[in-house]
Structure formats: structure tokens, C-alpha cells
Design a protein around this ligand. Sequence first.
Ligand SMILES: O=c1ccn([C@H]2C[C@H](O)[C@@H](COP(=O)(O)OP(=O)(O)OP(=O)(O)O)O2)c(=O)[nH]1
Ligand SMILES: [Mg+2]
Length: 154
Amino acid sequence: MRIKIQRLNPEAKLPQYAHPGDSGADLVAVTECTIQPMQWLAVPTGIAAEVPPGFELQVRPRSGWALKQGVTVLNSPGTVDAGYRGEIKVILLNLGSEAVAIARGQKIAQMVVAPVVWGQFEEVDHLTPSQRGSGGFGSTGLTSVEDDMGNPQS
Ligand SMILES: O=c1ccn([C@H]2C[C@H](O)[C@@H](COP(=O)(O)OP(=O)(O)OP(=O)(O)O)O2)c(=O)[nH]1
Ligand SMILES: [Mg+2]
């Protein structure tokens, strides 16, 4: 799908897929900044997009960065509406114990193009009963997961 991208800053880079067929196109920071532990920051990408109606862009974290340094996208997946023409920003959250320095041009997140289904919200008095009913929030049980993948756990 063709998606028009406007560079708002000469240093900005277009989103780029690392490999053909990847879901996420990398987004890079257009300014340098530092995020202290347990702080978050809207990091500018220097780009704006024109997404066709019926689609959205989703801003997602990079798993490697999350695993190694605890940096994630606070509002993941960030929603970039089709009609939004402003600068795309990435709200990065540092859950690690060290300050994280971000360089200009560094990959900070990935962006996925996704289809949108519009709901027509209709008020009713009763909903059709279901097997789950109103059970939620752990109603099917909570288990602790053994870590055999080398993930940091404390
Ligand atoms: O990670 C994100 C999330 C959002 N946006 C931009 C595009 C999106 O279309 C707009 C609004 O985002 P959202 O709807 O998530 O925020 P809101 O707090 O509901 O703001 P609004 O009242 O403007 O919809 O902000 C980004 O650049 N990055
Ligand atoms: Mg909104």
C-alpha cells in the first residue's frame, strides 16, 4: 500500500522495513534526548503521514530494546489515525534502572500498517448470553510462568 510521507525535518528518515515481508517499519528519532529511569518522553520522528481511509498506523516497541534495557512504548500500540497530518511521535518509557541516551537517527520503534473496522454502536437492553458471561480479569485462573528463556526477572 502506498502511504505518503512528508519529511518535516531534513534530517528525518522514511520508515524502513529491515527485511522484505517484515510487519514493522523502523522509525528513527530526529532529535537526540535522554530518558531517565521511570520517565517517558514524546520523541519526534520528523515525519507526517497520509494514511488511506480504513487503515491506521500502529506504533510498537522494539523487542530487543525492551528486553535489553527496558525501553518500551508507553501507549503501545500507539494509534496514528488516518486523518492525522501532524508529526508522528513515539512516547518512549524507560522502565530500566539506567538513563537511556537516544541518538539522532537511532531506531526507536516500529510502525505497522493495520486495517480498521468501524463499529456502529447500537444500544440494546439485553446482550445475548455467552459461556464466558461477565467473567474476566483472571477468572480462568492465574499461573506463574517459569523463566527458562533467560529473561531478566527479579
Ligand atoms: O504514539 C502515537 C500516538 C498518537 N500519535 C498522534 C497520531 C494520532 O492520530 C494522534 C492522536 O492520538 P490518540 O488518539 O492516541 O490520542 P488522544 O489522546 O486520543 O488525542 P486526540 O484527542 O487528538 O484523539 O496523535 C502519535 O504521533 N504517536
Ligand atoms: Mg484519540
